[in-house]
Design a protein around this ligand. Structure first.
Ligand SMILES: C[S@@+](CC[C@H](N)C(=O)[O-])C[C@H]1O[C@@H](n2cnc3c(N)ncnc32)[C@H](O)[C@@H]1O
Length: 278
């Protein structure tokens, strides 16, 4: 194991993988079906022929820029396990922060209704259902493949019965009003898509990335109609791209929402806009 890890570190480094040693360890632990700690506890353990073959195949794919998460097939998000794949965006740590803010605003002791627009793998909807035991959740996506993955993740986390999955172009088929709306919409400017790293550009769905002109077209489309689906006092929380805050806040004010403000993520970048329904 020690030798193979050291060789793979070099192989990944030459291939431009940013954290070569860490990724080599994660993939070896995955192939051997052990915790990473095990690699340190028995560094002299030899690999069987079969293990070596499987490891060789997986590291080749990683060096060809297949995302690490796709090779492992799952991620942890706010302490829960989610299956990931080509069907939907790989959940990002910033979205964990979005959900923490939503949970801070939510009333835990009431039967509130929540909406997740553009649910993708279902991370936000599933976490809302798990961490707000009295909440009813609606999860919307335009992509049928993403919705099917989201359903699978709801089952995996035992909240399938508490989430209503809806194929819809944002609010088009959504009925009723909500106490909490969260969304991590596509917000990358269409002009910037071509310069994204290969592992994003070629492996994650374009519909999950393409935010239209300046990256704010999808955000604007859903902000325009949010208020008609919010109860008085309801909160809207959006994830946005760095530099989009001011214009999104402006759109929210125009649509009649109040207390609209931009918040930064842990890296100090503009990342969230939060507003309330009067
Ligand atoms: C950035 S991904 C977010 C996925 C997930 N919520 C997360 O945080 O990891 C945006 C999602 O919005 C969905 N989407 C894009 N356009 C949409 C539309 N017009 N109506 C509904 N969903 C849409 C995409 O399919 C994708 O799943």
């Amino acid at each position: 194991m020690r030798e193979i890890l050291s060789w793979t570190r070099g192989y990944f480094k030459d291939g431009g993988i940013l954290k070569p040693r860490l990724e080599a360890e994660i993939l070896l632990a995955h192939v051997l079906d052990v915790e990473r700690l095990h690699l340190y506890l028995s560094p002299d353990r030899p690999l069987t022929v079969d293990e070596r073959t499987r490891f060789r195949e997986i590291i080749k794919e990683r060096r060809a820029q297949v995302p690490l998460q796709h090779l492992i097939g799952e991620v942890t998000f706010l302490g829960l396990r989610f299956r990931v794949g080509k069907e939907a965006l790989i959940p990002r740590p910033e979205s964990e922060e979005l959900l923490e803010k939503a949970l801070d605003l939510a009333l835990r002791d009431r039967e509130i209704s929540c909406l997740d627009l553009g649910t993708g793998s279902g991370v936000l909807a599933v976490c809302l259902a798990r961490y707000l035991p009295l909440a009813r959740v609606t999860a919307v996506d335009l992509s049928r493949e993403a919705l099917s993955l989201a359903r699978e993740n709801a089952e995996l986390n035992n909240v399938f019965n508490r989430i209503n999955f809806l194929e819809s172009d944002w609010f088009n088929r959504v009925e009723g009003k909500f106490d909490l709306i969260v969304s991590n919409p596509p917000y990358i400017a269409v002009e910037e898509l071509a310069s994204l790293p290969v592992e994003i550009r070629e492996h994650e769905p374009r519909v999950a990335l393409d935010g239209g002109r300046n990256g704010v077209e999808r955000i604007e489309a859903l902000t325009r109609r949010a208020r008609e689906h919010m109860r008085p006092g309801a909160s809207l929380l959006l994830e946005i791209g760095n530099g989009q805050g001011e214009s999104v806040v402006e759109r929210m004010r125009e649509s009649g929402l109040v207390e609209a403000k931009v918040e930064r993520d842990l890296a100090g970048k503009e990342r969230f806009v939060i507003a309330q329904c009067p």
